[in-house]
Design a binder for this molecule. Sequence first.
Ligand SMILES: Cc1ncc(COP(=O)(O)O)c(C=O)c1O
Length: 407
Amino acid sequence: MTALDIDFVRAQFPAFAEPGLDGQAFFENAGGSYTCRQVIDRLVRFYTQRKVQPYAPYEASRLAGEEMDEARTRLAALMGVATDELSFGPSTTQNTYVLAQAFRTFMKPGEAIIVTNQDHEANSGPWRRLAEEGIEVREWQIDPQTGHLDTARLEELLDEKVRLVCFPHCSNVVGEINPVAEITAMAHAAGAFVCVDGVSYAPHGLPNVDELGADIYLFSAYKTYGPHQGIMVIRRALGELLPNQAHYFNADCLYKRFTPAGPDHAQVAASAGMADYVEALAAHHGHAGSAAETGAFVHDLMRGHEIALLQPLLDAVKDRNNVRLLGPSIAETRAPTVALALNRAAEPVAAQLAEFGIMAGGGDFYAVRALEAMGIDPAEGVLRISFTHYTSKAEVAKLIEALDRVL
Ligand SMILES: Cc1ncc(COP(=O)(O)O)c(C=O)c1O
């Protein structure tokens, strides 16, 4: 497998050359990543040259509209879906909220949905509120020790009443990568759709949603090197079936149906920079191919680097008796989002790490249900250290050293 050229990668992120951040190793990437140069450049260009109402018949407007379309076209192609199956919304939380409104009228009382207690609240609360309409909410529960979601338990919950199964590709505190294709196949066999929260997974390599088979796949661009937007893939068969949530005259346009608000033009346009970045990575590492092949190549390139850096970190924390590592200790099976329960409040420990030049966070990370299910007091929270492919080996070594001091 090709090794990631970390110097090339870091040169694409202005934050690494920013004097104000010098000497600070960033380990709160699951909260929000650094932004790549390609996105920042497009954002500046949009605000300076194209900040007019898009899709009108004058040059600046034509360019603005074209750039917004380009973002959808290229990101959709990288993820193996059609252009109009990808849409933007203000955040993943707001996107699930709108989708839940659609299911609220689509489903009938007595029908059921399945949610997990592993999810971030964004892919849980809005769905649970469907109980107000007489919809049965079934909870697919994690193992209280490991945080693992067992597909055997899902099998027990599935029957002909279930219309939708909501689950994370990867939890933002457990970190384990769930077998999306397998879960989706099980749900589909039972006649249910799936809604996958990919927010904690996508930064580690955009997935091919067609291959996963998911009906809905959500992620947040601001955690994936882009601007502050939520991105949703809604496959056509489901998107056309669900009731339109946008203005009535936009009902025939799939990518507008679940975005009732006007989009943030500049940020949508700048998201094309995320595709620029993925393609620049592929080209620099000698890869040429279709968009979907490029997406897969860069996914594997990122994962390879992350796995190599993650294992030593897991090894350094997994056997400490004053620390409980959430999720698996084998790097291949998880994202580099590592939550540690400490039997004391986590945030002061994050503050101690800051003294060693480590930026990390402590708290519940809106995964309150998951922490409670694992017997962790959300008020104490967990120390979360999360990195991505742009993190260097030296930064991980510095983190391990700092952890040795504070834990
Ligand atoms: C796993 C996961 N899902 C959903 C969200 C919510 O995303 P947004 O901030 O775009 O609403 C987050 C944010 O932290 C998250 O980590």
